[in-house]
Design a protein around this ligand. Structure first.
Ligand code: HEC
Length: 216
């Protein structure tokens, strides 16, 4: 840019036009419109968007060239991987050797939303205290989990989880008595009838421990 041009630019006030600017032939209350060409990059970008639309429209909306159900396929794939991993763990016998550990894992997946990470209670009752609404014994707990309590919001887990998983989850739930949550996490107050848990768990542990895996 020449020095002269530079200077005339500096002398311009807002609303003034460059002296050599092409002007359109109209004026409204003293406002006039310059007729500068649009920047090249902008015009090219505009053509690119038109081209994109011409390609995109038939491919995606008319001929289904791109899959629309990719989310469904991702979820199906992830589920398949999880099931495979699960099958491997079952086949390796890891779950049978450690039913309580397996049950804890399942509890973390299916139960903590309502019963809390430490089974301290939330929407559902506290599972670590002496009080039980539906009974503290193994057979009571299995029955509650299998059938659920639909009126109170406890899902019917039987058809979802199956006998094997429910047995493992029950084995874990039976270890929870007298396991208060860590400091800072408040357990839900007792609900239902109070039981002599020390006596109940002591007999259960002696009687059931050797054949927990055999029964599965
Ligand atoms: C959607 C919330 C919800 C989920 C998820 C849930 N529960 Fe429950 N659960 C409840 C509610 C609510 C009750 C209380 C039922 C009642 O008041 O009769 C309950 C009750 C129970 C009881 C009986 C407690 C007692 O005092 O007798 C057990 C045992 C239990 N749940 C275990 C589980 C297990 C194991 C899982 C995971 C497989 C699970 N729950 C998942 C809501 C849930």
């Amino acid at each position: 840019m020449s020095e002269k041009n530079e200077q005339s630019r500096e002398e311009l006030l807002p609303g003034d036009f460059m002296p050599d600017q092409p002007m359109l032939d109209h004026e409204y209350d003293g406002i006039r419109e310059a007729d500068n060409p649009l920047p090249k990059w902008w015009v090219n970008l505009f053509f690119v968007t038109i081209l994109f639309a011409i390609i995109y429209l038939p491919f995606v909306h008319m001929f289904d060239f791109l899959p629309k159900d990719y989310l469904k396929r991702d979820v199906a794939y992830a589920t398949m991987l999880a099931e495979q991993r699960e099958a491997e763990l079952i086949a390796s016998g890891a779950y049978d050797q450690d039913p309580v550990g397996a049950g804890k894992k399942y509890f973390g997946t299916f139960c903590v939303t309502c019963h809390g990470s430490y089974a301290e209670g939330g929407i559902g009752p506290n599972l670590t205290d002496n009080a039980w609404i539906h009974g503290p014994r193994e057979e009571d707990i299995i029955k509650t989990i299998v059938n659920g309590v639909s009126a109170k919001g406890m899902p019917t887990w039987g058809p979802i989880l199956g006998e094997r998983k429910i047995k493992m989850i029950t084995a874990y739930v039976m270890t929870l008595w007298n396991q208060p949550p860590p400091a800072g996490v408040k357990g839900k107050k007792a609900e239902g009838e109070a039981f002599d848990m020390a006596a109940i768990r002591a007999t259960v542990e002696k009687a059931a421990a050797p054949d927990t895996t055999a029964k599965m």
